[in-house]
Design a protein around this ligand. Sequence first.
Ligand SMILES: Nc1ncnc2c1ncn2[C@@H]1O[C@H](COP(=O)(O)OP(=O)(O)OP(=O)(O)O)[C@@H](O)[C@H]1O
Length: 375
Amino acid sequence: MTADSAIEAAVRRSLSSVIDPEIRRPVTELDMISEVSVDDAGAASVGLTLTIVGCPAATTIERDVREATARVPGITAVTVDVSIMSRAQRDALTEKLRKGRPKTMQFGPDSLTQIVAVTSGKGGVGKSTLTANLAVSLAQSGLRVGVIDADVFGFSIPGLLGLHGTKPTQVGEMILPPIAYDVKVISIGMFVEENTAVSWRGPMLHRTIQQFLTDVFFGDLDVLLLDLPPGTGDVAISLGQLLPHSDVVVVTTPQSAAADVAERSGLVARQTGQRVIGVIENMAGLPQADGSVLELFGSGGGVDAAAKLSTPEEPVSVLASIPLSIALREGGDVGVPVVIAAPADPAAQAIHALAVTLRSHKRSVAGRKLGLSTN
Ligand SMILES: Nc1ncnc2c1ncn2[C@@H]1O[C@H](COP(=O)(O)OP(=O)(O)OP(=O)(O)O)[C@@H](O)[C@H]1O
């Protein structure tokens, strides 16, 4: 090995630490480094091939490539030549990311991902706020987490996670989900004009969710959370058909009327073959300065709903009771989840505990076909 090729190899090794922020893989693995050469004076020239024109991560990747090259001992100058992948190169990359699997649903019956659909009987009970916080809490514990916001009538997940206005990058037919707080997020809201009311009918919704499950590059996930529209509508039925092995949690408030409605949405999930694993009671008592607890929405709704959803074969428990919390609401308003912004807040603590409980309900892999995966 000549001196030059040794230093070039050292540059390549250093470049393997540069991660594409959207795909979350080293640029060297993604065939984005087309050339590395170093002249006698130590001047390095690196060819960087980006996936698409206007790649939002371009500046970050170029900066990281420059820094990783400059770090190698003996390098005196760095030039980065940026180009864009050809269609054939992009197709090869998407093929590689799919690991040679045909274009198909990523979360089939052999998937090891824990899939949890978050539903509620009616709107405004905090389903989206809890989904967003739960996802971030799970990611904080080191899990690989994705969220699909299928709440067509009130897609609020992007805003709750600080992704307001962010559009996903598209590489060929592959959609790269934006990442917030280490959570990969895709939402119907990212594909429609701002503040547009979506009034899609069932088949259109079905196709959209199918496309999310097929074309969005989530990579290997430990947990996929789905934020469903409130009620017992088309999306719940589509998901039951597309992901019959998903679990369902039902969000309700402590109000008894809310619990009745929550029960109905859980029953629909069960009719489509999903497993109802528990109830989350949200907006429970707000602790007061004098030590008393203000039960604005009454109490007992969570226990009620769980009892009504339970069957002898499938008992349903209350997984968590999340208190009313100003910090939780404020975090949602500014796109910084309370589990990040105020981790000591009682609601944040309850959400962390919920994340642990949820993981304990992961389905056993016994008897399931294991897909081979290297990451
Ligand atoms: N525990 C809580 N304490 C205080 N405010 C809360 C709590 N949970 C949710 N909220 C607030 O209640 C409102 C409704 O929450 P969110 O949008 O998450 O409900 P949702 O069930 O997803 O509604 P929809 O299904 O209609 O989108 C938001 O303003 C949110 O900040």
